[in-house]
Design a protein around this ligand. Structure first.
Ligand SMILES: [Zn+2]
Length: 334
């Protein structure tokens, strides 16, 4: 086995860390939301600079293909990386299997890993500890998914809003929003392992084809439904709802740990009277208490709908298909 350092690109940190450039004196945690677009625009530019000026002289060559280390910050990014990375590459995740990625805390060893990885794939604004580590460690190659898709603002009830609200990170629940991230991962991997460019392009095409086919199954599967409102405890399904003509009504916030008040639960229960809604969705990683309370108050069934944030049995595609089947049943689709 090679020493860890031999697998590390030797590119000097040519550019300052993206977030410290944007906000040299302020904490990313405190400022990430109001300044998201400014930060991500800078990050995007720097990511392009890093990719374009590249590590081709000092970084891994084709002989190093088996040593490529990709680090992702949570599951859907892991799926894309594993599908596109060269055979022999290592894809590791910062969010432990089964854990929920919101507000992940990193160990010192994980922060060091971020500095050593050939490619880090993450979503700025979603996991502040990852943002801070990337700013401090300036990995050689970075893909920030937040720069590749427009993140919508969500109001407290899970509806899209033009003003106020907070950016909704859950882009991966719209399969079509995964495509530009696949493209960026392929582009960065090609810069790292140019000898495998054809293979990377082929695998990128395959996964994008699978995402498009999944999107078609959702479009067809949700085309004719008796109901169109999805009631959820964690406001993770806004992009899915928007893409497929549904309306998300959330009891809780964007973070699954946010606890709605009893008054909020009563308010949602009252708003559902006469709507025909049958189901409140919760996720297996979170406590079912809120869903059960609402289900009892409004005469609903509580069912699991997977936000795909955590690693779990099955891959992105099979888990999304399970969600589709759950939605089709609950929304009485034909
Ligand atoms: Zn979430």
């Amino acid at each position: 086995m090679p020493e860890p350092d031999t697998a590390t690109p030797t590119c000097p940190p040519r550019v300052p860390a993206p977030h410290t450039t944007a906000h040299p004196t302020s904490s990313p945690r405190a400022t990430r939301r109001p300044h998201r677009h400014a930060i991500t625009a800078v990050a995007a530019t720097l990511a392009l600079v890093a990719g374009a000026t590249g590590c081709t002289s000092g970084g891994p060559t084709s002989d190093d293909r088996d040593k490529v280390q990709v680090l992702v910050s949570f599951y859907p990014l892991q799926f894309l990386a594993e599908r596109i990375a060269p055979a022999g590459a290592t894809v590791a995740t910062l969010t432990p299997p089964g854990a929920e990625p919101h507000d992940l805390e990193l160990s010192p060893a994980q922060v060091a890993d971020i500095g050593r990885a050939n490619l880090v794939i993450y979503l700025s604004g979603f996991q502040p500890s990852v943002d801070e580590a990337i700013a401090a460690r300036a990995p050689a190659h970075v893909v920030d998914a937040a720069t590749l898709t427009h993140l919508e603002s969500l109001a407290a009830d899970g509806a899209s809003t033009e003003s106020g609200g907070v950016p909704d990170p859950h882009f991966w629940l719209d399969p079509l929003r995964m495509e530009p991230v696949a493209d960026a991962i392929a582009s960065q991997l090609t810069a790292i392992v140019p000898d495998d460019a054809a293979g990377i392009a082929e695998r990128r095409d395959a996964v994008v084809g699978d995402l498009a086919a999944l999107g078609t199954r959702f479009t067809d599967g949700l085309a004719t439904c008796q109901l169109t409102t999805i009631v959820v405890t964690h406001a993770a399904f806004g992009y899915l709802a928007r893409r497929y003509g549904l309306t998300q009504l959330s009891v809780g916030g964007i973070d699954p740990d946010s606890e709605p008040s009893p008054a909020r639960i009563r308010e949602v229960a009252a708003s559902l009277e006469g709507t025909g809604v049958t189901t409140v969705f919760f996720e297996s990683q979170a406590s079912p208490d809120i869903a059960r309370t609402l289900a009892d108050q409004a005469g609903l069934t509580a069912e699991v709908l997977d936000p795909l944030e955590a690693s779990a049995p099955g891959d992105y595609l099979t888990r999304m298909d399970t969600d589709l089947a759950t939605l089709r049943g609950a929304l009485e689709c034909t």
